[in-house]
Design a protein around this ligand. Structure first.
Ligand code: GLA
Length: 415
């Protein structure tokens, strides 16, 4: 049975990576940069449309234990995948052909930090993590953010992390790494929550202005529960970029009728309904989903802020919005898949589950459900049994504790 929470987990991870570093490099690291993955509660595929999102940082991390070198070499060991790679900070014009895919993120981060005139230094580093890879929980954003912190720490440039604007600048840099080094035209959500997450709070983020608010999660005995389909998101990158292009096409066409708009964020449902017939059928569905989803996020945030005596009612509304979000992703945006649909259906049929939806880019990956503590056991038993019976795969279930954003731990403070 999965236990609701283990407070010592992060310190266990730090101890394990410290030991791994010492085994690999002969003495302990100087510091450990740690960045969390995320689960998005609502507001999917809205970030690159200048819209609203509502993610939380989860207690799953990418950790990089490191020590500054006196030269410009970067020596990396990815111990979970038993792989290694190295490069030189003065020769970053192109990614070496033999460089493993995970190392592209570190090469990307180093290149862009140098291009933005941040002082960085060579490092010896060990990378470990427990954010499942390719599961829609932002393992790649967590890797870029942890790498950013590691290079900045080695270059004594950490003060950029002390300001809100500094963190936003780093989130934008990590987003560019995805665009320029991984070929995914992603939005800004994942990198921002990994840097700005706050314990027991969700981040209500306006992806246009980057203004945000930490909203307390008053879940009255419910847990944020993640189920991993264990289906890899093969189509994710190409279909993701297609969805983004379809939304931009929609804005292009609609701007002939609704002047002054520059993204779907600028259109409300009433205006959209007046002009939707101008759009090709597929573009129409995509745009409708995004416009409705933005409205749902605003509603979801406002219901979560309801006074305590109304929490139960508010949570039901919140759950209904999550369900509607999934239905839109499945029917109009078409980024779900049969495994995600099945997990949400099983979840929704259990008393004590207030809402369930896919989370992240889609085409596999994870669902997020809000489950009452008394229903956890039934939830886990039924999800495991029914998913296995129908798909033939054992799903993974994580009860998540909402944690803080990325941090650097100094080894001297830890011992
Ligand atoms: C991926 C991207 C994000 C966001 C989500 C979908 O996680 O990296 O920017 O677009 O998909 O909401």
């Amino acid at each position: 049975m999965v236990k609701p929470r283990n407070l010592n987990q992060q310190s266990n991870r730090i101890a394990a990576i410290t030991q791994k570093f010492a085994e690999t490099f002969g003495s302990p690291p100087t510091f450990i940069a740690s960045a969390p993955g995320r689960v998005n509660l609502i507001g999917e595929h809205t970030d690159y449309n200048d819209g609203y999102v509502f993610p939380v940082a989860i207690d799953k991390y990418i950790n990089i234990a490191a020590r500054q070198r006196t030269d410009r070499r970067v020596i990396l060991h990815a111990s979970d995948v038993n792989d290694a790679s190295e490069f030189d900070l003065d020769a970053l014009h192109s990614i070496p052909q033999q460089a493993p895919a995970w190392s592209h993120y570190l090469i990307g981060v180093a290149s862009l930090l140098q291009a933005s005139r941040r002082k960085i230094a060579g490092i010896d580093a060990v990378i470990t993590g427990d954010v499942p890879i390719g599961a829609g929980l932002s393992s790649s954003a967590a890797l870029s953010v942890a790498a950013t912190l590691a290079f900045l720490t080695a270059g004594s440039e950490l003060e950029v992390l002390e300001s809100e604007n500094g963190k936003k600048e780093l989130a934008a840099l990590c987003q560019r790494v995805e665009h320029e080094f991984a070929g995914v035209n992603c939005g800004i959500m994942d990198q921002t929550i990994s840097l700005l997450g706050k314990e027991n709070h969700a981040l209500f983020l306006d992806c246009r202005s980057l203004e945000y608010e930490h909203v307390p999660l008053n879940l009255a005995g419910h847990y944020i529960t993640i189920c991993n389909t264990k289906v890899k998101r093969e189509l994710a990158a190409s279909e993701y970029n297609k969805r983004r292009a379809e939304c931009e096409r929609g804005v292009d066409i609609l701007s002939q009728w609704i002047p002054g708009i520059s993204s779907l964020r600028d259109i409300d449902l009433t205006d959209f309904k007046k002009h939707e017939e101008e759009l090709p059928a597929l573009t129409q569905k995509r745009c409708r989903y995004v416009i409705e989803e933005n409205t749902r996020v605003l509603e979801a945030v406002s219901v979560l802020k309801a006074p305590t005596e109304k929490t139960d009612e508010a949570l039901i509304q919140f759950g209904n919005l999550m369900n509607a979000s999934h239905n839109g992703l499945r029917d109009d945006y078409e980024v779900s898949c049969k495994e995600l649909d099945l997990l949400t259906e099983i979840a929704r049929s259990i008393t004590g589950v207030i809402g369930s939806r896919m989370t992240g880019a889609g085409f596999g990956g994870c669902t997020v459900s809000i489950v009452h503590k008394d229903a956890l056991e039934t939830f886990q038993t039924r999800v495991r049994k029914e998913y296995h019976e129908q798909i033939g795969i054992d799903p993974e279930i994580y009860l998540c504790h909402v944690g803080d954003g990325a941090q650097v731990f100094w080894s001297s403070e830890l011992s």
